[in-house]
Design a protein around this ligand. Structure first.
Ligand code: AMP
Ligand code: MG
Length: 338
């Protein structure tokens, strides 16, 4: 079984030493738990792909301590400087042209000319990065295709012995992966929506495009390899836009459940605890985002036929939640749910 170690000075130093020695370590960040390795060390990076069963064409995000460290790895134009000053440290990843002598392993970028960089704000993550003193490649700490893990227990469930050391610091604050913003071309494009929204970015950049439907385009038009993949999917089907609960379904609610009916009779409030979660009773989108992956995983049990999900307003971080849910549901056609 993996070691789940509560973060303190000693375990932080152990995590940093493991990273320096070329091992993989699960690290807490403000977005989701990350599976980290020294981004300069190809052997170490290859262990990430193996542990996650991640296809090698899907590049990784590199985490650095500040803007200055990022500018050693990528070309930061004026736009990049502006958004870095405004949103770093925080849940914003920038795709920028990579510098030739950055030393970053080619496995990290999957052969692309660009590199994804982010400065995380999580205190424990920052302490580990400072002590390790190297850029850290870290995708989400879950088996490829599953919902990201936002608690140490969910990391352990997802990766098992493939991730032997988990530095634990409770549930992640944001609960969704970072916004991925492509600044390598003329027009800024959001390739993955997150807590930093297009409305947040536009005062700094002017118009920002959102390219979320990329998984429905021909492969030649896809900008972010991760968009090709089935993603965020629980093992059981996900049914969106639920206005009632069908026989043997679990319910992922948002806000009031007053008008939710049970197809077979009875009231939603009498559903067993194991089959019911509410993302946010008060309808708070940030609270809901923090709970999304955690609750999807809680409800992902073979005794449920599907997870019925109530609508979430498509505004602010709700845009990112809906994107994750749509991709989670996409794996199944409606006939699977009958
Ligand atoms: P994860 O590491 O699991 O949070 O996923 C990182 C996301 O960023 C994936 O969807 C990648 O495909 C995407 N990504 C990483 N590097 C690049 C890059 N250089 N260009 C475009 N997308 C990237
Ligand atoms: Mg991921």
């Amino acid at each position: 079984m993996p070691r789940i170690v509560v973060a303190n000075d000693q375990s932080i130093s152990e995590a940093a030493a493991l990273l320096q020695a070329g091992e993989i370590v699960v690290l807490p960040t403000e977005t989701v738990y990350g599976l980290g390795a020294n981004a300069l060390d190809s052997d170490a990076v290859s262990k990430i792909f193996k542990a996650k069963k991640r296809p090698s064409f899907n590049p990784l995000i590199v985490h650095v301590i500040d803007k200055q460290a990022a500018s050693k790895l990528v070309e930061m134009d004026e736009r990049a400087q502006k958004v870095a000053d405004a949103f770093w440290p925080g849940p914003l990843t920038l795709i920028l042209p990579r510098k030739e002598n950055s030393g970053i392993s080619d496995l990290v970028t999957a052969g692309l000319e660009t590199l994804a960089v982010r400065v995380p704000s999580h205190k424990i993550m920052r302490k580990v990065m400072k002590e390790a003193g190297v850029p850290i490649a870290a995708p989400s700490a879950n088996s490829s295709g599953e919902p990201s893990a936002t608690t140490p227990q969910h990391v352990a469930q997802s990766l098992g012995d493939a991730a032997p050391f988990i530095l634990a610091a409770g549930a992640c604050d944001v609960g969704l992966e970072s916004t991925v913003l492509d600044l390598s071309g003329e027009v800024p494009i959001i390739l993955r929506p997150g807590a930093v929204t297009s409305e947040d970015l536009e005062p700094y950049l002017g118009q920002v495009e959102i390219d979320m439907g990329a998984h429905e385009k021909p492969q030649s038009e896809i900008k972010s390899p991760g968009q090709l993949l089935k993603h965020y999917a629980p093992k059981i089907p996900v049914r969106l836009h639920a206005v009632d609960v069908q026989q043997d379904e679990a319910l992922l609610a948002f806000g009031s459940i007053k008008f939710m009916g049970m197809k077979a009779g009875g009231h939603v409030k009498d559903m067993p605890d194991t089959a019911f979660r509410n993302l946010s009773e008060s309808g708070d989108l940030n609270e809901a985002a923090k709970n999304l992956f955690m609750m999807l995983r809680d409800l992902d049990k073979p005794e449920h036929k599907a997870i019925a999900v109530m609508d979430i307003p498509n505004q602010g971080i709700g845009v990112a939640m809906n994107e994750r849910l749509q991709r989670a549901a996409k794996k199944y056609s409606p006939k699977d749910i009958k």
